[in-house]
Design a binder for this molecule. Structure first.
Ligand SMILES: NC(=O)C1=CN([C@@H]2O[C@H](COP(=O)(O)OP(=O)(O)OC[C@H]3O[C@@H](n4cnc5c(N)ncnc54)[C@H](OP(=O)(O)O)[C@@H]3O)[C@@H](O)[C@H]2O)C=CC1
Ligand SMILES: O=CCCC(=O)O
Length: 291
């Protein structure tokens, strides 16, 4: 079976490498062509456009930065829609809102294709290790067809029903994560400024009821001011924005998430958008200094 992969960024590269190493026949496309080189060395073919990939493949996976890109790769010239048809599937694993996912789903299914949204929880390392958590929704038959690929990319897949539910679940998770990252940053600053050793704070946190992999992984690098990107901050801010929009639609008041979003926006305005989302710590440090 020939599988397509659109978008070889931090996540797409790791996910597609796992697929090809596990024996999938892959055709890949990326806006910046040079990012296909490593995949080609491993045996992948290149599709010149998203449409060319879809034409060749039974189903095509996308892992793209944000809603506007997810839409453009489907609807623009040489996009997915030009070649999607009965018997072909499209699986968007990017993090987007339910409205974007629904637009894509309607367009794909109106041409006879099948659609699944399948955003993921887990970052660069889980993607490299095939340990993602896959939050799928949409066409159940396509989900069943994609299970062998999901089993390689992830440690657990959920089928959540109708299109939109996967997107919403992902946004709820990332809204919690972004809020936690801000509270964690404030805690690190507070410990430091009140004369405590931040490393000791990490040890204390890790032994208590709020111990978690994110604090364990990001804490030491944040203390070293190392923000090498696993999850780019600009994407975390996009997810906070989309989660807040979901809160608006459902009249859910989210003051904590709104404050976290402001900190991520501030970090973007300081030019930190391409760094890891933990770089919001720099914003918290700066705000503390200026008061
Ligand atoms: N990194 C992470 O930890 C996680 C990320 N996600 C989500 O996965 C998605 C991808 O994330 P990640 O891999 O980190 O992001 P990257 O920024 O590393 O990659 C983004 C991808 O989108 C492509 N792209 C960007 N703009 C355009 C455009 N205008 N036209 C065509 N392609 C474009 C990029 O192509 P090019 O190489 O040419 O720039 C690249 O392939 C996002 O939705 C993110 O929120 C989900 C879980 C974890
Ligand atoms: O969307 C990114 C999620 C990152 C993570 O789950 O660690």
């Amino acid at each position: 079976m020939e599988v397509g992969f659109l978008g070889l960024g931090i996540m797409g590269k790791a996910m597609s490498i796992n697929l090809i190493r596990s024996g999938f026949k892959l055709t890949v496309w990326n806006r910046t062509l040079s990012k296909c080189d490593e995949l080609v060395e491993l045996g992948a073919s290149i599709g010149e456009t998203p449409a060319a990939v879809v034409k060749k493949c039974n189903y095509t996976i996308a892992m793209l930065s944000d809603p506007s890109v997810a839409l453009s790769v489907v609807f623009d010239k040489d996009g997915v829609l030009e070649q999607i048809c009965h018997g072909k599937g499209y699986i968007d694993m990017s993090t987007v809102g339910a409205d974007t996912s629904s637009k894509i789903s309607e367009a794909i299914t109106s041409k006879g294709g099948s659609f699944l949204e399948a955003p993921v929880s887990g970052s660069k390392k889980p993607a490299e290790d095939g340990q993602l958590v896959i939050l799928a929704a949409g066409e159940k038959a396509l989900y069943d067809e994609a299970i062998p690929a999901f089993d390689i990319m992830g440690k657990k897949s959920f089928f959540l029903g109708q299109v939109g539910n996967g997107a919403k679940m992902k946004l709820v998770v990332n809204m919690i994560m972004g809020s936690m990252m801000n509270a964690f940053s404030e805690g690190l600053v507070l410990a430091d400024r009140s004369g405590l050793n931040p490393h000791t704070l990490l040890d204390v946190l890790d032994l208590g009821g709020i111990a978690n992999p994110m604090f364990r992984l990001k804490g030491p690098t944040m203390i070293q001011n190392n923000y090498s990107p696993a999850f780019p901050l600009k994407h975390q801010q996009k997810d906070m924005r989309l989660a807040l929009a979901l809160g608006d639609e459902n009249a859910v008041s989210m003051p904590v998430a709104a404050a976290a979003n402001e900190a991520f926006k501030k970090a973007r305005s300081l030019g930190l958008g391409d760094l890891d989302f933990s770089a919001v710590y720099e914003t918290v440090k700066t705000l503390e200094h200026s008061s």
